[in-house]
Design a protein around this ligand. Structure first.
Ligand SMILES: [Zn+2]
Length: 289
């Protein structure tokens, strides 16, 4: 079983097709641990995380790629993002009174937004319908729409890990269609069990043993949140001094909790005084949390 959290690219030497394999284990567990998400939410979040990592693997340039569900109050938030350094984080918020079927239905009627926020410059976004209730299908549509590139994505999730195989036709291909059909016909024979349990070399050999593949080095992927003491102080600063003092009067301490990693930051009267007496943390730097 592949142990590490990795992304690995490969290319067919003699066909205009490229691909990626991603495995998330420790990162996935860190993101869902302590959350008690229903199985369906775990599954969707795992799929979104793998998708974010795979899309990141195709991009050039620095920034954060986010895959986010839109469209239902039953499922208020389902978001997964990956940076160019392959730092992942993700989160779901939903109506806890609902059963899994209702949550699944809520998901099926929504949309998926794929956004890249570069470190410098404006973000760009594509929004696609969620077809057949599967994130993988929505991501395939996203590539069809945004780049006109035929793409195929297989994602398998269990409670321990997420594994995904992605294939995409290259834009320069004159015989794309033959190459593409060949690759996806073989890829479609993959089972969830194989995807989750086989190491990449064995998996690729099992699927494409007649083809000459160039397999690139693995890239490590990890869970990492971008919250900090400083960003939490900025959140208090944005709240304004009167409101901060009011909260202090009620509770003696202000707690700021990061939704993504559940880290608690607490501030007492002395901290709050210091926050509002200095200008070291201008509010503008909070915007990208
Ligand atoms: Zn955090």
């Amino acid at each position: 079983m592949p142990k590490n959290d990795t992304l690995q690219r490969f290319i067919f030497e003699n066909r205009s097709v490229r691909g990626e394999i991603v495995h998330l284990s420790e990162s996935f567990k860190a993101i869902v641990s302590g959350r008690d998400y229903p199985t369906k939410i775990n599954e969707l979040l795992g799929q979104a995380l793998a998708s974010a990592a795979l899309i990141c693997g195709l991009l050039k340039g620095k920034g954060r790629l986010t895959v986010q569900f839109q469209g239902s109050s039953a499922l208020r938030l389902l978001t997964a993002s990956c940076t160019h350094e392959y730092h992942l984080r993700g989160l779901a918020q939903y109506d806890e009174d609902l059963d899994e079927d209702t949550l699944a239905n809520a998901f099926n009627t929504g949309k998926l937004a794929v956004t890249f926020q570069p470190e410098k410059g404006s973000p760009y976004q594509g929004i696609v319908d969620i077809s057949h209730g599967q994130i993988a299908k929505a991501i395939e549509s996203y590539f069809e729409q945004s780049e006109q590139l035929p793409s195929k994505l297989f994602i398998a999730v269990n409670d321990q890990r997420v594994s995904a195989l992605f294939l995409q036709a290259l834009p320069d291909a004159s015989e794309t269609s033959d190459d593409w059909q060949h690759a996806i016909t073989l890829a479609q024979t993959i089972t969830d069990e194989e995807l989750l349990s086989l190491d990449n070399k064995t998996l690729l050999h099992r699927l494409f043993n007649e083809d000459d593949l160039r397999i690139f080095e693995k890239t490590p992927v990890s869970f990492r949140c971008t919250c900090s003491q400083e960003r939490s102080e900025n959140a208090i600063k944005l709240m304004g001094e009167p409101e901060a003092n009011e909260l202090l009067q009620e509770k003696q301490i202000i707690e700021v909790t990061c939704d993504f990693c559940n880290t608690h930051y607490s501030f007492d009267r002395v901290d709050v005084k210091r926050i509002f007496s200095t200008d070291i943390n201008p509010p503008s730097s909070t915007s990208s949390h």
